[in-house]
Design a protein around this ligand. Structure first.
Ligand code: 13P
Ligand code: SF4
Length: 358
């Protein structure tokens, strides 16, 4: 199915005064606030009731806090969530993710109200390429096709020919005629993965990175892989260790079949398919929640347990309630910028296979 994991209804607590939960904010920000806990159930029932009242669809990225993932109508990777936002019948989207994701939803669905529970939830990778820098880079390579990762501002997307996410980056670049020069930005590790996969020499890659994924390095990967010789390795292509993983496989240190370079949505798909009993996961640690839900019998371990995105974790349970109650923070994109960015984003959601659906 062309969607991220579709969540079932949240069961209301009979007789629970819905507004009461808003007063108990402290524990809500913890990763352990989820599941069968009474406070969680009250909060979740309140969120779903407000969403129904406001005709709102709640989308959550795989890196969100477990409670936020559990209350969302859909959880998924960047591509799956963009596709859902584009076609959802609801008039309001509450995007539990980072700002560029909510902006992408607004570009695709300008008639909808798009809310993000904290507009300050940014992205270090999106910050690593500005529209001015991209214009300058383009002027040095006239005629090149510009491919931008979805982790970019709307202004950068407006300067782009086609956007991509980690789940369709290879397909997007493969769709460009082999004789055309390509400018790929901003992520250097994803760019290296695409160039290596396609063996494409006429592809220039910007030197940006995500500080969370860059911090998952080859040394850490080699150490945990050596401790667990039977484990499969799920590696997000934004990781600093992605190149090391290929090297470890190529040099026979780990079996090449064990190394999977995957978007977050594809990790969920592979978790359901694999026969491995143990999986080492190189990406942001919020991912472990969906993986454990998808395959409860597998032991999933983070390659770097400190790889937590501070921007993703700005979306707290308290702020989700406030977003719905007070209809904020509303995400706006300048209509001219949105019009120039839309073609590149629509091309992105048209390419590649769906991932992470159930
Ligand atoms: P995907 O969910 O598309 O794999 O992206 C990961 C990411 O870092 C989003 O910020
Ligand atoms: Fe941006 Fe990295 Fe956080 Fe993803 S994990 S939102 S790329 S800073």
């Amino acid at each position: 199915m062309d969607i991220g994991s579709k969540q079932g209804p949240v069961t209301a607590v009979p007789g629970a005064p819905l507004a009461r939960s808003a007063l108990r904010s402290v524990a809500w920000d913890s990763a352990s606030f989820t599941g069968r806990d009474q406070a969680y159930l009250e909060w979740a029932a309140e969120v779903r009731a407000l969403a129904a009242e406001r005709d709102a669809l709640i989308l959550a990225h795989n890196y969100q806090l477990p409670a936020v993932q559990d209350v969302a109508h859909h959880v998924g990777d960047s591509l799956a969530l963009s596709r859902i936002a584009a076609t959802a019948p609801q008039s309001t989207i509450v995007f539990c993710g980072v700002h560029f994701m909510a902006e992408t939803a607004k570009i695709l669905a300008p008639e909808k109200t798009v809310l993000i529970p904290d507009a300050a939830a940014g992205c270090s990778l999106a910050d690593s390429l500005t529209a001015d820098q991209l214009r300058d880079w383009k002027s040095q390579h006239p005629g090149a096709i510009v491919v931008s990762y979805v982790n970019t501002t709307a202004e950068v997307k407006a300067e782009t020919d086609i956007c991509c996410t980690s789940s369709n980056a290879v397909d997007v670049v493969a769709s460009i005629p082999a004789d055309r020069e390509v400018l790929f930005g901003p992520d250097q590790f994803l760019g290296a993965h695409v160039r290596r996969t396609l063996g494409r020499d006429n592809m220039h890659v910007w030197g940006g990175e995500c500080h969370v994924h860059a911090g998952i390095n080859g040394r850490q990967l080699a150490a945990v892989a050596a401790q667990s010789p039977e484990a499969e390795l799920f590696i997000h292509p934004e990781c600093g260790c992605a190149t090391s993983a290929i090297y470890l496989a190529g040099s026979g240190v780990v079996d090449a079949d064990r190394v999977k370079i995957l978007s977050t949505g594809d990790m969920v798909v592979q978790a359901r398919r694999t026969r491995a009993r143990e999986v080492l996961v190189a990406t942001e640690i919020g991912m472990l929640h969906q993986l454990r839900r998808a395959a409860p019998d597998i032991e999933f371990r983070a390659v770097n347990e400190r790889a937590s995105c501070p921007y993703m974790k700005m979306i707290t349970p308290v702020k989700v309630v406030t977003a719905l109650r007070e209809r904020r923070d509303e995400v706006t994109v300048d209509p001219d910028v949105a019009a120039r960015a839309r073609g590149a984003v629509e091309a992105m959601i048209a390419i590649g296979r769906p991932a992470g659906g159930e």
